[in-house]
Design a protein around this ligand. Structure first.
Ligand SMILES: [Zn+2]
Length: 149
């Protein structure tokens, strides 16, 4: 079967480049973007992401200083931990720290704060054995993908 496929329109870079929206910049942009490569951080989405990252770093600093008291239970890190536990079921705190690529003491503070708020329960006492799971328990069938320990 032969079907005619119209050629894709090829964007001419000269037609899609505009001056950078920074008033003090004379560069032109690529591919119709509002900012030149140097000022791409100024686009609203990138700024939104940067602001979020800064919030996160500020929170992590606070948690390092003040422990569980510094935790924002509505924050991104708590959401990530809860999401992870929802997927993994019961998990060791050490494993959780590894998965989220955050230092153990930091995750440990988050887990304590979440446990105090009743969102998660912990079991085990030794640091390397401390387990955490969502409160209310996790059905056996959903326990997978996590190396216990
Ligand atoms: Zn620029």
């Amino acid at each position: 079967m032969y079907r005619f496929v119209p050629p894709l329109p090829v964007a001419n870079p000269r037609h899609t480049s505009k001056p950078c929206q920074r008033s003090d910049c004379e560069e032109s942009t690529r591919e119709g973007k509002p900012f030149c490569p140097q000022h791409v951080d100024h686009n609203p989405y990138a700024q939104h992401l940067l602001a979020k990252l800064e919030d996160l770093e500020r929170e992590h600093r606070r948690v390092r200083l003040r422990g569980p008291a510094g935790v924002n239970l509505q924050g991104e890190t708590c959401q990530e931990i809860l999401r992870e536990l929802g997927q993994q079921g019961r998990c060791s705190v050490a494993r959780l720290a590894q998965t989220l690529a955050l230092p153990y003491p930091l995750i440990s503070s988050y887990v304590q704060a979440l446990a105090r708020s009743g969102r998660v329960v912990t079991s085990g006492f030794r640091r390397d054995r401390l387990q955490v799971q969502l409160s209310g328990g996790t059905p056996r069938s959903r326990r997978r993908g996590c190396i216990a320990g």
